[in-house]
Write a protein that binds this ligand. Structure first.
Ligand code: RIB
Ligand code: CA
Length: 324
């Protein structure tokens, strides 16, 4: 890995937008994906790991280790998998070859996190775009993890907007609220990229047409998976064929390509009760009316507003038109 690239570990439940995030990072000149850990969510952790391998094989990056992580949350059993959103195969049933020839890592997700955070201590950044179960297990198993890792960028939550899995909660958080509480409460800099911004960064049919017209395999793949995503999740959300690209936006925040215009460091609590609020991210946005002064005891920056331009950048990156 060249010295100037930032090493990034991606913890994901590869599904459609996780794949977009992986492809964005794999194309990005400033970062190096050094490992992928899978977690249940959009599908089983095993299937999500397999899907990450499918994406890596599309890009010829089978050098990147993929480890299987948690199949269940910290507390209780998995109650649902979002196959209705991401397709039975987890990648929009889009025709990407189902079979892979690349073996999974023999390490568990926590073991791979331990190995990479030791190897890249002081430089490793983490992008977490699924339920936070693996990260919570890693915090428990690796006492000095927060000293090894520079920061963690998380796609999840909803600050001042409704959830998507319930009126109160976003999917990644409600899958494992206890894990989210542990991760957001740990002693490391964290960034939360919630639905407040990811539901304003929308891939349209025009973006999909540009991707389809490209000769780049990654562009073609994203055009294909978006077709499925548009027809289901996107249409259900917006009433027209389009889609958010939640995890890819979080990748853009990590790389610095997405610069939130409202980005305060504020308290974030996770509702771990069994009531209708379970999985809600309660963000202290009371400073909204006085320019959001940073809250001294808060460690989490919450992206509240972005400018909606990321999908154009994603398309430019995947079609090879990006000039970074
Ligand atoms: O709520 C959106 C999040 O849930 C994304 O990470 C998507 O991939 C699913 O995991
Ligand atoms: Ca995800």
């Amino acid at each position: 890995m060249t010295a100037e690239r930032t090493p990034v570990l991606v913890d994901c439940d590869t599904g459609v937008d996780d794949a977009m995030a992986l492809l964005y990072l794999l194309h990005h000149p400033a970062v190096e994906v050094v490992g992928i850990t899978s977690v249940f969510g959009n599908n089983t952790a095993a299937r999500c790991a397999h899907n990450s391998l499918r994406v890596l094989e599309l890009m010829g990056r089978t050098d990147i280790p993929v480890a299987v992580g948690a199949e269940n949350p910290l507390v209780g059993e998995v109650t649902y998998l979002a196959t209705h959103v991401h397709g039975n195969d987890g990648l929009g049933d889009s025709g990407l070859p189902l079979e892979v020839s690349t073996p999974l890592s023999t390490l568990t997700a926590v073991e791979l996190i331990d190995e990479l955070s030791r190897q890249y201590a002081g430089r490793l950044r983490v992008l977490a775009v699924g339920p936070l179960t693996n990260i919570a297990h890693a915090l428990d198993a690796i006492p000095d993890l927060t000293e090894r890792v520079v920061d963690i960028v998380i796609m999840g939550g909803a600050a001042d907007v409704a959830g998507n899995q319930s009126p109160a909660a976003e999917a990644n958080i409600i899958h494992d609220p206890e894990a989210a509480r542990a991760v957001l409460g740990a002693e490391w800099p964290s960034t939360l990229v919630p639905l407040d911004v990811t539901m304003t960064e929308i891939i349209t049919e025009d973006h999909r047409a540009r991707l389809s017209a490209s000769k780049a395999p990654a562009a073609h793949f994203v055009a294909a998976v978006s077709d499925f995503y548009f027809g289901g999740y996107g249409f259900d959300s917006f009433g027209v064929r389009c889609s958010p690209c939640h995890d890819a936006v979080a990748a853009g925040v990590l790389t610095g390509d997405v610069v939130p215009t409202v980005f305060p460091r504020i308290g974030v609590e996770v509702d771990c009760t069994e009531g209708p609020g379970r999985g809600a991210t309660i963000c202290d946005t009371r400073g909204r009316y006085r320019g959001f002064p940073d809250q001294d005891d808060a460690r989490c920056r919450v992206a509240l507003v972005t400018d909606g331009s990321f999908p154009d950048r994603l398309v430019a990156m995947l079609t090879g038109a990006a000039s970074l």
